[in-house]
Design a protein around this ligand. Structure first.
Ligand code: G3H
Length: 487
């Protein structure tokens, strides 16, 4: 890697955060090391990206769509060869179970293929001439410049690549900063990047975000900021840009997605969806269900079924067969979750499932908290982990007000069998969130559907089709045209 990156500076050791019952006992396993770039190195990556963008005719932004597609196809072929290694690293670096790690890899490859297909269609439709009122117009879709891509640790491959690949294929040059966990899994792809794209088109920087990313933003040379993570980091970084009006931001941010269980409901379906919605990858998904509102008339039976299902989820190491609950990669996360639990218990909630909230090393056993009330931190705060706050409600206005007053607006789920009631709530919530799920959990896919959010949850819309537009702009070439014009 030293040779590939020509990096001779400091290296950081990468430990696996997954260390429950490893053969080494409770010791953390060293997975490898990663370069620790400083500000100077990050700025030289920026220079390379700027130069590759400005190199003029024949260089990346001016290559034909067909040529750019060829480069991405070449990369995809090489990436597929690394499936086993990347899947293994997903398990060791972020603790994602085998099934979901394989799914993340395959979904990312599908996304790249779909992006290629979507670009071919977009190009066919947009490379047309139009004659309007004596003016001949040709609309060209062109790139925007240098894109900074930063993704989250929970989908270090998929979420980053859903901005990185459309940015590249539309002719932008890219600086890519891997997530804080899931750093090493980019390493098996470095050679594929190097061999598939011209020099300077994709630049990968490692190291502390404050040290490396801040100078990039302060330089004013970043044209698009594609970031999936917290509001705080996004707004701190955006503020550094000296010309914010010239910065396009594509952001996926915090969420507190509610699941609303109505009194008339298929309870088994609601419980099944709520379990996977709240606990897939231990609740570490921006799209997870993060609070459940259950009508008081069915709260007891909902909790009983929910806790039965929860008890059947197998805890263990990510690579073991059938494991659903795995260790958490973030140091200090169990302490943070425990502080939310203590706060809720002190204010009158109880843990309703046996063993809920127990901690062993980096493993936190899910806790169902009930009854959760507005005074508790868990009512508003995004836990991003295996806590399930359950709020009993009598009047639908409690739920409607919650959604309207929330700072977030990514998604919500409605569970019910009364079409009038569902219709009423869909109307009430349609301008509050980016997606309303009926009798199903919140989620991002299918990836051809728009993925966005209102309020503090997002900026811009991503999907296979939308991303191509987000990372490009239309330029009109207009020519005065006359019937007797011989030119
Ligand atoms: O963390 C946010 C991810 O985009 C979630 O995607 O709903 O497919 O798990 P997902």
């Amino acid at each position: 890697e030293g040779e590939l990156c020509r990096w001779e500076g400091a290296l950081a050791t990468v430990y696996s955060p997954v260390y429950l019952n490893t053969p080494q006992g409770d010791q953390q396993v060293v997975l490898g090391s990663t370069p620790l770039l400083d500000a100077k190195a990050a700025l030289s990556a920026l220079d390379a990206a700027v130069q590759a963008y400005d190199n003029g005719q024949g260089f990346w932004p001016t290559r034909s769509v067909a040529e750019r597609i060829q480069h991405v196809e070449a990369f995809l072929g090489r990436m597929r060869e690394q499936r086993d290694t990347v899947v293994k690293l997903l398990m060791w670096e972020i603790g994602k179970n085998l099934k979901d790690s394989e799914k993340e890899f395959d979904r990312t490859c599908d996304y790249i293929l779909d992006t290629i297909q979507a670009l071919k269609e977009l190009d066919r439709r947009s490379s047309r001439f139009e004659l309007e009122q004596g003016t001949l117009g040709q609309i060209r879709r062109v790139p925007l410049g240098v894109v900074l891509c930063m993704g989250p640790y929970n989908y270090p491959l998929n979420e980053t690549f859903t901005t990185l690949i459309p940015a590249l294929i539309m002719g932008n040059t890219v600086i890519f900063k891997p997530a804080k966990f899931g750093v090493l899994l980019i390493r098996p792809l470095l050679e594929a990047f190097r061999d598939s794209f011209p020099a300077g088109v994709i630049n990968i920087i490692y190291g502390d975000g404050r040290e490396t990313v801040s100078p990039l933003m302060s330089s004013g040379k970043i044209d698009v900021f594609a970031f999936i993570g917290t509001n705080k980091v996004a707004s701190d970084l955006k503020k550094l840009h000296p010309r914010p009006h010239r910065l396009r931001a594509v952001l996926g941010l915090d969420a507190k997605n509610p699941g609303i269980v109505l009194p008339e409901v298929d309870l088994d379906n609601a419980v099944n969806e709520a379990i996977t919605g709240a606990l897939s990858f231990n609740g570490q998904r921006c799209t997870a269900l993060k609070i459940l509102f259950v009508h008081e008339s069915i709260a007891d039976s909902f909790l009983e079924k929910f806790n039965q299902k929860l008890a059947a989820l197998k805890p263990g190491m990510p690579w073991d067969t059938g494991v659903a609950l795995t260790p958490l990669p973030e140091l200090g996360k169990p302490d943070y979750l425990q502080s939310l639990v203590s706060d809720a218990l002190a204010k009158g909630a109880r843990i309703t499932n046996p063993g809920g909230g127990e901690v062993r090393e980096s493993f936190f056993y899910p806790a169902v908290l009930y009854p959760v009330t507005p005074e508790m931190r868990l009512y508003q705060e995004e836990q991003f982990g295996p806590l399930i706050p359950v709020v009993p409600y009598r009047d639908l206005h409690t739920v409607i007000n919650y959604v309207r007053e929330s700072d977030y607006g990514q998604q919500l789920s409605l569970f019910g069998t009364n079409p009038q009631q569902i219709g009423l709530l869909v109307d009430a919530f349609a301008n509050q969130v980016g997606r309303i799920n009926i009798n199903t959990q919140c989620q991002r896919g299918p990836d051809s559907f728009p993925f966005n959010g209102r309020k503090n949850s997002a900026e811009g819309t991503l999907s296979v089709h939308d991303a191509l537009r987000v990372f490009s702009i239309r330029t009109l070439v207009a020519t005065k045209f006359q019937a007797d014009n011989k030119q």
